[in-house]
Design a protein around this ligand. Sequence first.
Ligand SMILES: [Fe+2]
Length: 140
Amino acid sequence: MRAEFTENLITGNEMIDSQHRELIQRINRLLETMESSREKSTAVKTLNFLTDYVCYHFEAEEKLQEEIGYPGLAEHKEQHNALKATVKDLTEMLEEEEGPSDSFVAQLNLKVIEWLYKHIEGYDRSIAEYIYLTENPDRI
Ligand SMILES: [Fe+2]
């Protein structure tokens, strides 16, 4: 299985969309790596590579919300923190195991990929809509 950047994930904000594309690429790199080798150190390294970008992207998205005075920032940050905690749990899980188990892959699918799809379609699209409406007040 691969994560996919489908049309319904487009928010219309160029920075957010391009970062989501990179995020999905890094998720897929992890999935591919685990398919070709169940070696623990490789999986940990690739998961860290994904985690780095998760943090970078969330920070950029939160900064953008601050800059535009987005009213949903606090709630959005809570969502980001929840995913960061999930990724930390997954890292611990991987470090405790011999290598990535089926259960690890299942959790990655459910708690990261599925979560991300819902988050993007809801929370992230709302930011882009807010920007659009601020820039086009006649549309309100
Ligand atoms: Fe977000």
